[in-house]
Design a protein around this ligand. Sequence first.
Ligand code: SF4
Length: 373
Amino acid sequence: MRQTAEFWLEALQGLGIEKPVRIMNVCGGHERSISMAGLRSAIPDNIELVPGPGCPVCICPEEDVFEAIQLALNEDIILVAFGDMLRVPVNAPKSEPRSLEQARAAGADIRPIASPTEAVRIACDNADRKIVFFAAGFETTTAPVAAMLAEGAPANLLVLLSGRLTWPAVSMLLESEAPGFDALIAPGHVSTVMGPEEWEFVVDRHDIPAAVAGFRPDTLLAAMYSVLRQLRDKRHFLDNCYPEVVRPGGNTAAQRQLDEVMQVDDANWRGVGVIPDSGYVLRERYAAHDARKQFPSYADDSRKRVGEMPPGCDCAKVVLGKIYPNQCRLYGVACTPRKPIGPCMVSDEGACRIWWASGYRENEWEGRRQSVG
Ligand code: SF4
């Protein structure tokens, strides 16, 4: 029988853990549930919940967004992208469009979509034009893009791929001198596709407790209880607290399609840099659907630099769990969902936007407490 959130809260309190513990989550959906349900204030003060690299829009490299903007502005194409991407800013001169939304206002044919099925429909409805699908996302979003191509996409549908894998970012943190967390809540939906085994390295190589969780507060609290109990008992393992959805081995059909259509390569993460084996690229046999192969001149090497968040934006530190969103000096002062400066305030999966939407209004930059609400 599934236990309630109240049950897990009580169990967690009963563990009697007194030393400070930092638990990282790597899923924007987890962060939203934690913040919206007020779990931070419900659990003991010594347990910190740290949002980590769980927002694909936030880490989508600036050069990929710029490439999409330039393609849409200069070619007779229809560019389609998931809605969140449209407002992501790049560091273009003020006289030029700085986001897909601004490029659309300047006359580019850019359309928000919610799924690859919509991209296929737009391609079928516009057979005389090329459709470029700017596909940025983690494994759960990239797998349906692979399925779309594997099952036969219309000839006029191209993909500008910016797919990323989540585990290499966690691995990079754990290999660093200061990972910044003592336990991990692993993403349930990624595990549904790739299998929970993908997170075994956290325990096997780094001796850090880990638990897979879903989006509801009860499964998140169950995962918190699991990793805290593992710490208390000094017996670390990978727990699956979302067994009704996450099965051993994951979705093998989706994995086969990912492997047929894409290969894994080193990839740039915005503000973070290149992370080994963290990106998807289309295989050569899908070159006819690869926007980078069909429009090669738009991949501008000069934009492939590291650390290119908008000036003053600490999104990279937020994404890596080095600071909380409200420890950015611009949080709520110059940067709000209405006027976002960095991608973490744009995306529904961005920690800054989630915190703002959840009612966090205190700016705590460098210890300064400033009410911005
Ligand atoms: S508050 Fe805005 S400027 Fe600061 S890290 Fe978040 S998105 Fe970037």
